[in-house]
Each structure stands twice: as C-alpha cells, then as structure tokens.
Design a protein around this ligand. Structure first.
Ligand code: NDP
Length: 237
C-alpha cells in the first residue's frame, strides 16, 4: 500500500459512493484529504469526522465555484474528479436545461478543475477523472447524454496528457462498470440486465474503484497517462 503522507488530495464529489471510498482510501493512506459535496451535508460531515478529512460544499455545476475550490485547496498533489450523475429516459422528452446541467457537472467541471489544478501542481502530480464504461459501450437506450459526457473525458485525458506530460503530471480516466452505490444499487431493478452483459456477474464495490485510483495516484504509475482504465467485470468486453 502506497503512503500518501504529506500529500494534499482534493476529491470533487466525495460524500457518498465511489467518492467516499476514495476519500477513505487516501485518508487511511495518510493524505490530507479535502472533498466536496453538493447536497448531502450530513453524510459529508460524518465522513469528514470518520476520516479526519475536510468537507466543503461546492456545486460542480458552478464553474466559478469549482475553479475557486481547486485554487484555494492547492497546490494539489492529486486531484480526483468523481462528481457525476446520469439522467435516464427518452432523449426526445428530456428537459434541455437538465441536460446542460449534466454536461456542466460531468464534462465542464472535470475540464476546468483539471486545468486549474495544473497551474500549481508540482512535478509528479496526478489528475484522475472518474468516467464510465459507458464511454466505450452504451448497450441501453435513454442514456445518450451520460454516454456523451463520459466519452468526452477520454478526449480530455488524451489531450491534457500532452500539455502536462513535460511537467511529469499524469491524467487518467477510471471507467467503472456497475458499482454498488446509491446511484446504482446492487439490488436495483436493472441488476439482472446489467449482469447479463458481464463476465463477473455482480456489481463492483466502491473500494475496488478506490484501489485503482490509489494506484494511479502513486509512484508506480508515473509512466501511465492519457489512458482509460476500465474496471467493469467485462461489461465492455
Ligand atoms: P452517487 O450518486 O452514489 O454519489 C455521487 C457523489 O458525487 C456524491 O458524493 C455527490 O454529492 C457528488 N455530486 C454529485 N453531483 C454533484 C455536484 N453537482 N457537485 C458536487 N458533488 C456532486 O454516485 P456514484 O458513487 O455511483 O458515482 C460516482 C461517479 O462514478 C460518477 O461520476 C458516476 O458517473 C461514475 N460511475 C458510477 C457507476 C456506478 O455504477 N455507480 C458506474 C460508472 C461510473 P452529494 O452527496 O452532495 O449529492
């Protein structure tokens, strides 16, 4: 297990689910962890108490707030952009304002947060964005906006890797398949359909995603950048 003692790590969207597992992992590995949340104040404060980390309310849909949060938390050794959500349903029926908000959280925030973090990030810095296997494979109707948002992160990583590589800073996308969280519970109505696409027929655990994030943030992954890291029980295979 890598020690992150002395490292400053910001997790955007850390109060629940995969983000909370990432907060727990880095905090237990010795890092100074700051994480954001949108609405779940109680969960965020409980996690902060549990882990000794710092919770701050910052809506990832608000570009200025995201940039200020990253700037004020830095210089960051590691930035993790985890905040994200899906809107399900017929694309022809969906509220365009809601879809634009999804793009602000899922696409604009990762871009602006990554660029802002890079301004002061030291050599060896790490940027990790939580995408989705749906960036590669979207086998169901009603999720085009989500698939678009997650595939956009692939371009972000490929492009920014070129800008930041000369400074020894890496940027990678972790692409989970179905993971057991409030957003996608393991006993939800879609579980059998999702498992039918998979070789390992279960939901993943948030801690399993946190493990690959920690590896990407550590010294062994210094040559890994501009890449997608899928953890999905072969959902996308
Ligand atoms: P959850 O809904 O369980 O948790 C989402 C987290 O992100 C919460 O901490 C939430 O904060 C935060 N968040 C959401 N919107 C905002 C916002 N506007 N500003 C700040 N924080 C926000 O989701 P998951 O843990 O399941 O998903 C985390 C990431 O993983 C997402 O990007 C998702 O797309 C991706 N993913 C998830 C998969 C899954 O099966 N679970 C599969 C593939 C990808 P708050 O508690 O305040 O609402």
């Amino acid at each position: 297990m890598t020690s992150f003692q002395g490292k400053t790590i910001l997790v955007l969207g850390g109060s629940r689910g995969i983000g909370a597992a990432i907060v727990r992992r880095f905090a237990s590995d010795g890092a100074r962890v700051i994480f954001t949340y949108a609405g779940s104040r109680d969960a965020a404060e409980a996690l902060a108490r549990e882990t000794g980390s710092t919770a701050v309310q910052t809506d990832s849909a608000d570009r200025a707030a995201v940039i200020a949060r990253v700037r004020d938390s830095g210089p960051l050794d590691v930035l993790v952009v985890n905040s994200g959500f899906a809107i399900f349903g017929d694309a022809l029926e969906q509220d365009p304002d809601a879809i634009d908000r999804l793009f602000r959280v899922n696409v604009h925030a990762p871009y602006h947060a990554s660029v802002e973090a890079a301004r002061s990030m030291p050599e060896g810095g790490r940027i990790i964005v939580i995408g989705s296997v749906n960036g590669d494979r979207m086998p169901l109707p009603g999720m085009a906006s989500y698939a678009l948002s997650k595939s956009a992160l692939q371009g972000l990583a490929r492009g920014l890797a070129r800008d930041l590589g000369p400074r020894g800073i890496t940027i990678n996308v972790v692409q989970p398949g179905p993971i057991d969280t409030d957003a996608n519970p393991a006993d939800g109505p879609m579980k059998d359909l999702m498992h039918s696409f998979m070789a390992i027929k279960r939901h993943g655990r948030p801690e399993e995603v946190a493990g690959i994030v920690a590896w990407l943030a550590g010294p062994e992954a210094g040559f890994v950048t501009g890449a997608m890291h899928t953890i999905d029980g072969a959902f996308g295979a």
